[in-house]
Design a protein around this ligand. Sequence first.
Ligand code: ADP
Ligand code: MG
Ligand code: ZN
Length: 569
Amino acid sequence: MGYSDFVSLVESGRVIRVTIQGNNISGLTAQGPFHTFAPKDPQLITLLKGKGVKISAKPEEGASWLRMFLSWVPMLLLVGVWIFFMRRMQGGGGNPLSFGKNRASLLSDSREKVTFEDVAGIDEARDELQEIVDFLRDPGKFTRLGGRIPKGVLLVGAPGTGKTLLARAIAGVADVPFFSISGSDFVEMFVGVGASRVRNLFKEGKKNAPCIIFVDEIDAVGRRRGAGLGGGHDEKEQTLNQLLVEMDGFASNEGVILISATNRPDVLDPALLRPGRFDRQVVVSVPDVMGRVGILKVHVKKTPLSNDVDIKTLARGTSGFTGADIENMVNEAALMAARRGKNRLEMIDFEDAKDKVMMGPERKSMIISEEEKRVMAYHEAGHALVARLLPGTDPIHKVTIIPRGRSLGLTQQLPINEKHTYPKDDLENNISILMGGRAAEEIVLNTQTTGVASDIEKASGLARKMVCEYGMSEELGPVAFGKKEAQIFLGSEFTRHRDFSEMMAQRIDEEVRNIIIGAFEKATRLIEDNLGILHKMANTLLEKETLNSGEIDELMVREKSGLGAILFT
Ligand code: ADP
Ligand code: MG
Ligand code: ZN
């Protein structure tokens, strides 16, 4: 029944009684029961009374519960969110109110023990840390002549060079409590929490002295103050300040030594680095050949090797690999051998693993037309030929036209001895080798392709460095052009600050260009004089896809006797 019908029904005096429950009105007339919904009508009761209708009311059921519940929901939600964040902050579980507690873990035998035997190739860093352990064991011996025991040691090195590993090894041999924490563990969204964690960490340390506190990745808290986009970062600065205060706060004879590791010493706050805090900086360098031999030996211990595996050659071919890269390579080799159904790892597994780690997996599915393959073969053969013909260059290890990662083909040289400085001739020869690819394309196929982009980029970079950094330009002399500036805000990328005139800029560009053109001409001459070998090499490459050093040697020799053409200046 509509409300107005109901009202007229009441007015006509036919309604006997009604029951009101919220908006629901049910009632009885002489004709029978009825039901309606009422709007909020303040006059209704007066009307009903006036007509002598019997009124009864009932509490709103259900609806009231709902209303009560709804009024509580925001509250409950807030509490829920709060608990959730507290738990998150604690890394799950634990008392939500114990934020500031330090989260350092005491390294004990529960984890697999690392010993110095597991660390190879970074002997200097190891010896340095060994000395720290000796300090802790017998401080008197060192302080007897008035010396002061260092408070802190900073391990600096590229990622994967074994800093964390070294610290864990120290924990294994030190016989003193070893607290380990990562810099990011201090960082929290609430201001003041980091600082209180630092405080507690050192309190704990002093209680357990003599002991070592290891803060991994300290750059997370030790970033230069006042830097960083978006203004001051109060929480981080407070944490760092607390760290500085704590480091000053204990005397060095208290037997707490702080070891930290970072791969970004350039972004650390200078206050952190001054003597009296981190007295020593130990550089953990990328391993050299002998270092890599050692690291390889550590990691192949667990894998059965076939007799043809030559650790020395592998080490020579992995120039620039860090310990982590080497571990990764050995692991890939083991997986590869397993996939191939072998019981032992062979050299070929290591070779493939090395290429995979260096350049990404083979892209077998990549469709390359015959024509493109031919260009690639000549391009790589060009590199290889120039490299073979130029005196004093590193021997070629392998040439391949199997695409991998982002590169289409590859010519790999294998340095015999690792060098730390390079004579000008070597650099020029390297640029010639880089130019060999394009030169071969032009001579044989009479085209220029886009595949040379990275060659050209590398060559140009090298030539520019020769002029601007190494002072190898006769024209411009030994003068440095452009200052390098580290941009701590934007990562470690160096930008060149121009400190020379427009005229100089032109001459620099000219010199760079001269070097490259000269190298290109040299490469062209070499290839033209040995065109027979180039054809042969490219064809063999097309056929086999990969040539190793022995196969290249053979090609060179055979052609030599045939043509007698290997003459170069
Ligand atoms: P980071 O310097 O980045 O802390 P890690 O210490 O974490 O590097 O090294 C990662 C892994 O690489 C180690 O677990 C170890 O297996 C391997 N590794 C790195 N350096 C060495 C080394 N010098 N000797 C043996 N293994 C190493
Ligand atoms: Mg590390
Ligand atoms: Zn190339």
